[in-house]
Design a protein around this ligand. Structure first.
Ligand code: G4P
Length: 532
């Protein structure tokens, strides 16, 4: 194996920006993705990403979703070049295909962009996704979207973000009017007024460098807007933190941009700041040691598995995030969980439009490896050194169902099917200590439909779901084994083993969970669980 020179690898790492967009459904993630891909020249026409989304959307039942699975795979990772950077945008499934994959994708990125609808503010899904970002101190850029519509007061919105998401805001742009009065945005640091002009051919963005106290400002945006802009700019520069790259990189502060994705306004400012400030791949923690991306030897981990894309071949594709070194076509890597070498002849890199076979890939890139079920989420590949990357956990599910087997003769096939689907990350499996059959846990509703359909198709098992009263789960641990034994007896009716045999407490509500946590201070209740 020839290794790249240190200069080459350092240059490739420095160029990479790997990120995801997080938002609540309908805030504008797809529209923004499309505008970013257009800016990066990865697609030529507006409407391409959107068309794929509506195709996915229109499918109400899983069978048809599955027929379109190729679509969700090609859009899983979108790569484009911008300002000498190679940008990898990882799709975070939203809407009804929201699942644990959405969370896990966030463990494979180096930063995120958060899109917020100016009228709706912080919504539930954004809050959940931000919890994952906070766990990892992921740097977050914020884009407040739909400025062409009436929305909340900008200052109130910033306060809402700070309060609800626990991150300080540093506005780099400030809106000039919203809705009917929307005129553009002012760069608080750059001193550039980005005007949103009406022209006979539609609207266009025009940039003018002008100081806030310049009397000509009123001529450009109107006397009232100029006054308001000056007042608000003075207020925010007094009240908000100044932009601090270190605080952003540490996940404590989010630079805030304002714009309209659908109108393509403010997107370039966002993208320029992204390529300038967002971090390149950094070190990754493995059980054994921290791995630096510029190390010459290849390493990476699996964060997502997509199964049976081609039913005839029953193949699975494992998405590997490269952490160090160089991937080369045909290279042999060590699959540590199985203790086997694997030749990777068929890795795929994902571009905006299609899957393509690649000859080489670098830290921050995602390659897809075809396999027949030997690879699991959380698996590490490296050249030789035994490594096991951490931080690709299971996340506590919020939705639970009991599986009712229709043909009792199929018990064995059911156990096999559920454990394989759980390994793949399609669902979480719990075996209650009190008996009563399998409980399945998910973070998105569609996961259950997928399971029913796949159990029938792939394992010949028919069943149905029954509602159960659980609404959250925590993995439980205790340093003191006596305390654990006492807890096991006390809480028997709510305890279950997960697919990897780890003890889990299933709670009816977050309030009942709080009570149990308070009553059992010697037990640790964990919202995530490292994969075995
Ligand atoms: P998502 O991926 O986050 O779910 O959101 P998506 O981009 O699909 O946007 C949701 C809706 O919001 C779409 O309207 C989209 O056109 C609209 N939208 C996105 N950005 C802006 C913006 O800056 N201003 C305004 N006014 N609307 C915006 P739709 O009616 O659901 O779909 P379509 O008919 O436009 O395709």
């Amino acid at each position: 194996m020839t290794h790249p020179t240190p200069q080459r690898i350092a240059a490739e790492v420095a160029k990479r920006r790997t990120f995801a967009i997080i938002s609540h459904p309908d805030a504008g993630k797809t529209t923004l993705t499309e505008k970013l891909l257009l800016a990066g020249g990865a697609i030529q026409l507006a409407g391409e990403v959107k068309a794929r989304k509506s195709l996915r959307h229109a499918r109400s039942d899983w069978m048809r979703v599955e027929q379109e699975r190729g679509i969700s795979v090609t859009s899983s990772v979108m790569r484009f070049e911008y300002a000498d950077r190679t940008v990898n945008l990882l799709d975070t499934p939203g809407h009804e295909d929201f699942s644990e994959d959405t969370y896990r994708t966030l463990t494979a990125v180096d930063s995120v962009m958060m899109v917020i609808d100016v009228a709706k503010g912080v919504e539930e899904r954004t809050d959940k996704l931000m919890q994952v970002c906070r766990m990892r101190n992921t740097p977050v850029l914020t884009f407040i979207n739909k400025l062409d519509r009436e929305g909340k007061e900008p200052l109130d919105l910033l306060e809402e973000i700070e309060q609800r998401l626990g991150i300080r805001c540093a506005p780099l742009l400030w809106p000039v009017g919203t809705g009917q009065r929307f005129q553009g945005a002012y760069g608080l640091h750059s001193g550039i007024l980005h005007r949103w002009l009406r022209t006979p051919d539609g609207r266009k963005q025009e940039d003018v460098k002008i100081a806030l106290d310049d009397p000509r400002l009123a001529g450009l945006v109107g006397a009232d807007e100029a006054r308001l802009l000056r007042d608000e700019a003075e207020l925010v520069t007094g009240a908000a933190d100044p932009f601090d790259v270190e605080a952003y990189l540490a996940g404590r502060q989010t630079p805030v941009f304002w714009g309209s994705a659908v109108q393509n306004f403010g997107v370039r400012e966002l993208l320029s700041a992204f390529v300038e400030f967002a971090p390149p791949p950094g070190p990754r923690q493995a059980v054994e040691r921290s791995v630096t991306p510029t190390e010459p030897a290849f390493s990476g981990f699996v964060f997502k598995i997509q199964a049976n894309m081609d039913k005839a071949h029953r193949d699975r594709i494992a998405f590997v995030r490269i952490c160090s070194g160089r991937y080369q076509h045909g290279m042999k890597v060590r699959h540590h969980r199985l203790g086997r070498d694997m030749a990777i002849n068929n890795a795929t890199v994902f571009l905006a439009q299609a899957r393509e076979s690649v000859d080489e890939a670098w830290p921050g890139d995602i390659v897809g490896i075809y396999n027949h079920g030997t690879v699991k989420i959380g698996d590490t590949f490296s050249e030789k050194e035994p490594l096991k990357f951490t931080g690709i956990p299971h996340f506590a599910p919020d939705l639970f169902r009991r599986f009712i087997l229709l043909n009792p003769m199929k018990g064995k096939a059911l156990t096999k099917g559920l454990s394989q689907l759980a390994e793949e990350g399609a669902v979480q499996l719990f075996v209650p200590q009190a008996g009563g059959g399998y409980i399945l846990g998910a973070v998105g509703q569609l996961q259950f439909d997928v399971i029913l359909s796949r159990l029938k198709d792939e394992y010949g098992v028919e069943g149905q779901f029954e509602a159960v009263s659980y609404s959250t789960a925590r993995w439980v641990e205790a340093a003191d084994s006596k305390a654990m034994e006492a807890f096991k007896t006390k809480a028997r009716n709510n305890l279950a083993e997960d697919g990897e045999g780890k003890l889990t407490y299933l709670a009816d509500s977050i309030w009942s969970l709080r009570r149990v946590e308070e009553a059992n201070p010697e037990i640790r209740f964990l919202t995530t669980q490292e994969l075995a």
